[in-house]
Design a protein around this ligand. Sequence first.
Ligand code: GLA
Ligand code: ZN
Length: 671
Amino acid sequence: MSEKIWNHNKIAYGGDYNPEQWSEDVWQEDMRLFKLAHIDTVTLNVFSWASLQPDEETYQFEKLDKIMNMVRENGLKVCLATSTAAHPAWMAKKYPEILRTEFNGMKRKFGGRHNSCPNSLVYQKYATRLASKLAERYQSYDNIIGWHISNEFGQECYCENCEKAFRVWLKKRYKTIEEVNRVWNTSFWGHTFYEFDEIVLPNLLSEHFEEERSMFQGISLDYKRFNSDSMLNCYRMEYDAVKKITPHIPVTTNLMGFYKPLDYQKWAKYMDFVSWDNYPSYNDSIAQNALHHDLIRGLKSGKPFILMEQTPSVTNWQYYNALKRPGVLRLQSYQAVAHGSDSVMFFQMRRSIGACEKYHSAVIDHCGHENTRVFREVTQIGEELDKIGDRILGAREEAKVAILFDWENWWGIELSAGPSVELKYTDEIIRYYTALHEQNIATDIISVDEDLSRYQVVIAPVLYMTKGNYDEKIREFVKQGGTFVTTYFSGYVNENDLVITGGYPGKLRDILGIWVEEIDALPPDFCNYFDFDGEEHQCQLLCDLMHLEGAEALAVYKEDFYAGMPVITKNVFGKGNAYYVGTRSDKQFYKQFIKKICKECEIHPAAIVPKGVEAVSRKTEEKEYLFLLNHEEEEKKVTLEKDCVEILTETEYNKGDTVVLKKRDVVILQM
Ligand code: GLA
Ligand code: ZN
């Protein structure tokens, strides 16, 4: 059977609710409006530390008790937050050590949120204590379906406490100072360290000349690992605190998609289920939105996740806070569900009246009533989710293609001095993902820990860092018949950002059957060209100058002094194939390239649909649900390949029938 991620019998519907900002008569009105909109779940207590603990000794839960009782009486499930993402003012005054220090060395004062030093023992002590007290107080509430630790963990700290903790972290990882010197290659620029206490944090005061540009990549890379671990440690302390008292309640924290400072693939190991906050900007593509969901789903090897937050319409913090056009909220909600979410949740339930989120939309607007466009759209989704009931819960997308994404590789690539500042890891991921997505090929985003044997195709764009013996995993995968694709700037370094000598792409060389001798970084507006499958394509950004060592050239450069040298290659290795793409190309190339590979591997789209329609399928052991999402503003028609029932309208279709999707419409077909 498919597994449920929390104790709910339907796709959870609701979101962040802050009644503490309102008087009690407003709460009663909220309950009425929630019922109208078919809201069944609220995330409570996200930023209440100041009210729960007004001073060092006092804890007061009376207000939260009232709120907890009210929502329980109204049949609502609760995702209970621990409130530790913004410390109280008295704590900052009494213990300035809890305040973070910025990258430029600036020590912060009280203000904002996500503002605590993760290595402050005072912060850790009080955060953990609060989590315990909440668990003790509310353990008997059987409507609590999840713990929400803190909120959007993030940021970095460069304070003296963190510096000391960094040295301890390094000692644990490398044991001796000699080993630290070796992995950081400190013989460069006379950096040899004699004692651990000579090591300082890499920031603007030391090794960096810009946020992402370091003179010692090894040090900066380890700092990133350390900072992510420091935050993770805070999360885990709270996790343990609540688990001790309520072992039956699953625990999460809300993630932020491609959030660079935290290695979510490591974090996910300590989360009972993953959840995330989806705030696409007006110019993100449909594929980019889908990619984020797939990234999150991949953190738990394909298990469903929780969409913890999305805005019903606008945010306040983007440059241009455009309204979600009618139908877009519904489309985005079902896109999340199609890609594996077992919830549709919002930030926020009621729009606040002061500070920076007062113009962030909410289910209940400043007008205070239900007669708004947004409320009507929210209600329609609520009614539909009631209708769907428990049917899709736990169902999974089945992908034969995986894209490898690795946080440490991300840090490594973008800390690199050379070959091009324009090289951005996620840009390269998006290029391959978009080609797959636009052909409706289900794709998993996987970490280096994932078993490759369940995939036919593994694409690893810019696999700069070959950590440990990851090359062995790829070698085995290809030998057994898998298809592997990688690109320029791959195989260069080990996990310490030390170059693997003997020729690029290092340990991947035999699998790919090539030797890359040089890499040419093209300034903007410079271009080279190659022909592939009868069409001319561009080379941008980087061009590898490579030699064949067993591989076959599928395309060669047409210009410059390296005209005639291979740019795209294929190597038969064991029972499989390894492709190498030695440049960044245009959209049309990725489309054709992916098409060719999927054809060779007999990988099929979720459905044959017209352009602009996204087709995604989620399966349980018994059933398949095919989501068709029309992202365009015109009607689309899809011819059905099987008998099925549309579950929102209960329309029955036979094989060969046409289903009509109105503009921005969604249909969910039970096959
Ligand atoms: C984040 C936070 C919320 C809220 C929203 C606004 O996701 O978790 O508290 O600030 O952004 O978009
Ligand atoms: Zn700190």
